[in-house]
Design a protein around this ligand. Sequence first.
Ligand code: WT7
Length: 630
Amino acid sequence: MSDRLHTLSGYLYEYQKSIAQPEEFWSRIADSFFWRKRWTKTLKWNFQEPDVRWFEGGKLNITENIFEKQLFTLGETPAIIWEPNDPHEASRTITYRELFEEVGRFANALKAKGVQKGDRVIIYMPMIPEAAIAMLACARIGAVHSVVFAGFSSTSLADRILDCKAKVILTSDGNFRGNKKIGVKAVVDEALEKAPVETVIVYKRTGQEVFITPKRDFWWHEVIEGVSSTNKAEVMDAEDMLFILYTSGSTGKPKGVVHTTAGYMVYTKYSFENVFQYSPGDVYWCTADIGWITGHSYIVYGPLLAGATTVMFEGVPTYPDAGRFWAIVEKHKVNQFYTAPTAIRALQAFGTEPIEGYDLSSLKVLGSVGEPINEEAWHWYHTHIGKGKCPIVDTWWQTETGGIMVSPLAGITPTKPAYATLPLPGIQLCIVDSEGNELTGNGVEGNLCIKFPWPSMIRTTYGDHERCRQTYFSTYKNMYFTGDGVKRDHDGYYRILGRVDDVINVSGHRMGTAEVENAINEHPKVIESAVVGFPHEVKGQGIYAYVICDMSNRTEDNLINEIKDTVSKIIGPIAKPDKIQIVPGLPKTRSGKIMRRILRKVAEGALDSMGDTSTLLDPEVVEKIIEGRK
Ligand code: WT7
């Protein structure tokens, strides 16, 4: 059964209802799921602690809502269509029945390896169906998955293993990306030196040589050999942990965002159906990686809960050429296509030639996620990909929100370039000024908060509840603070303006400036560093690092390359600074605080609007930084 809205007035009516009577509203939506036991209390909440519980008393398994509930009607329907990196390799179509069997089999294999309800399992895998099977198998037996993007370094992986005390890692021998074959198990081996686990299961994807440590490492195909596909789902409490996903914040190491079972399930399905207006038989494709929340909610859980056919792509947009996305749209007759502005801008740079000759007439809806989409990219997407007939859903949300919060409903909400438009039913947005006063009415700009719980919201940060409270619930009383700036225009439409904290968004990947600084500081010649974001044509934001170094025995170029390598090694290539400027000093206040405002201005080249520099300890340093600007 679908809870899809069909008209603008229907949306407005539902929205009002969802605000006036949230518990009744979400109860009705939740009633269409399969519960082992119905919940007793729809919502209990308190944003001070924070303590938020949805559907308490309810018992269920999310995979029973994907499989058992739908198999009768969808058994032979494709659940996943997988497109490999190499267009000459065959794609794979996995029906709901086949996926159910594979999930059951792997769930049994995990159990046989001693994985129990509540154990943490890290998934460090390429974009292959087995990654989704791994997630669902964990959910099936009540183990908590934590997917780590396979582009992260061994150090990042080790940090996450230690933080969540993982028992098992699921991985692959290697990963095909473009014309590269990348070692994956080798990275795991390195991480395990610092952060050991009991068991590693390795899927053979590239066939490259790997080290197998007896009694710890096992081949995927061997652990499932002869294993039954019949698996009885673990009965979970509504608020049992479903997964942990690490994300960057403005301070310290990445934190493990915790999502729980029932609320996440209800919200991802509901938002998927409504935003994308998915109809049975459609083919939906989200180009994200399962290492990010977009992959969790809108490649795996949302679409599969809605009985959709979801495309999974292993490769990159420019291999073998810049027409690959469009070749895939044509090949699988994709109806809904969901990607990031950075990908659109990267492809835009190749002009329209790579699109020519491909039949994109199957497309009905285009989606955007991860960062603000600039008007130029919006128009290019609309005109050249959507041929002017596909609505664009610019979806604003976060790892912490679990699902899409602000977005047009495709074909229903009138769109406006660069606007995420209106909140989904159940989402109570609030704009506040820096003192926390709510700015009411239209034509206002401020910090974006959410003042009422929604089912898929973050419950805690793993192992450190206080950090969750501090980060999201302490800035403004009784509100969840998103970290984003926002404008509500005269029509009441929302436009996201970007982060107002020390988080930068590089190609839709979230990065903490402190995290990058810590990595830079690991280089033995680095004395101090400061990192800021700057506008970047393709990536949205680039990383600009100001670094004070001991220059003995080094040329500037050498040092810059070494620092880039250090960051790549410690975090991963996605965190590599675009620009590194060696500076004699950093602009600091008398109390020793780095004035990032000034560094941001220099990085973006706004040299005439530097503002007041008189409170600086050493105002001359600014002159020198401007002179050496990259
Ligand atoms: C941050 C969250 C949500 C999945 C991918 C990113 C930015 C996300 C939009 C959008 C403007 C956006 C925000 C947000 N962001 N979507 N449509 N328009 N900004 O998840 O890694 O948790 O990052 O991405 O700044 O806070 P994430």
